[in-house]
Design a protein. Structure first.
Length: 186
């Protein structure tokens, strides 16, 4: 999508500058704040994409929303540039792209572990250790509980899915029974 490309260009420029000036961690924290606000507030996203609200009003709203939470001057300048150029609707795309660039640079993979029952810290650590051993990267994951899985767990890493749930096994078994390859012979 074009939004991703535009956001990526801003993110790449900011990433290169922050890395050059050894400000990567501060800028990463700022971009995480921007992304979190965008994800949590529909009104914020609507305001950014609303062409009726003028530039000075959007700048004032962004200053009020982020206030002192943005540490880096680089991030503040990027936000101002994006708004002045009328591309504020791409701000969240820039934040997401920056976070992805940061993860690639630091060899971090992110995923989600969904289990039917709450897992112990030892179980979560064992899964994390195994993924890190296989990928060679640091692995960070969100842990959720979904009783609909009946048993087992599902692990999502990027676009890969490892499904070891009982619900999935039952669905596969149901499909096999529907095929009914057995022909009765009398």
């Amino acid at each position: 999508m074009i939004e991703d490309r535009i956001g990526y260009r801003y993110a790449k420029s900011l990433f290169d500058l922050a890395k050059e000036k050894n400000m990567l961690e501060e800028v990463r924290d700022d971009m995480a704040v921007i992304h979190e606000v965008s994800e949590q507030s529909r009104e914020f996203r609507v305001m950014l994409s609303n062409p009726v609200i003028n530039v000075s009003r959007k700048e004032a709203i962004l200053r009020a929303v982020f206030g002192d939470s943005l540490e880096s001057d680089f991030t503040k300048h990027l936000v101002n540039i994006i708004v002045r150029k009328g591309r504020e609707r791409y701000l969240d795309n820039a934040a997401k792209s920056f976070l992805l660039l940061y993860d690639l640079d630091k060899h971090i993979q992110r995923g989600k572990l969904i289990s039917a029952q709450p897992m112990s810290d030892e179980q979560v650590a064992a899964i994390k250790k195994e993924v890190e051993k296989e990928t060679g990267d640091t692995f960070e994951m969100d842990v959720e509980v979904d009783p609909d899985l009946i048993g087992g767990f599902v692990l999502k890493i990027g676009d890969r899915l490892f499904d070891g749930s009982v619900a999935s096994s039952l669905r596969k078994l149901k499909q096999d029974f529907k095929k009914n390859t057995y022909i009765k012979q009398f």
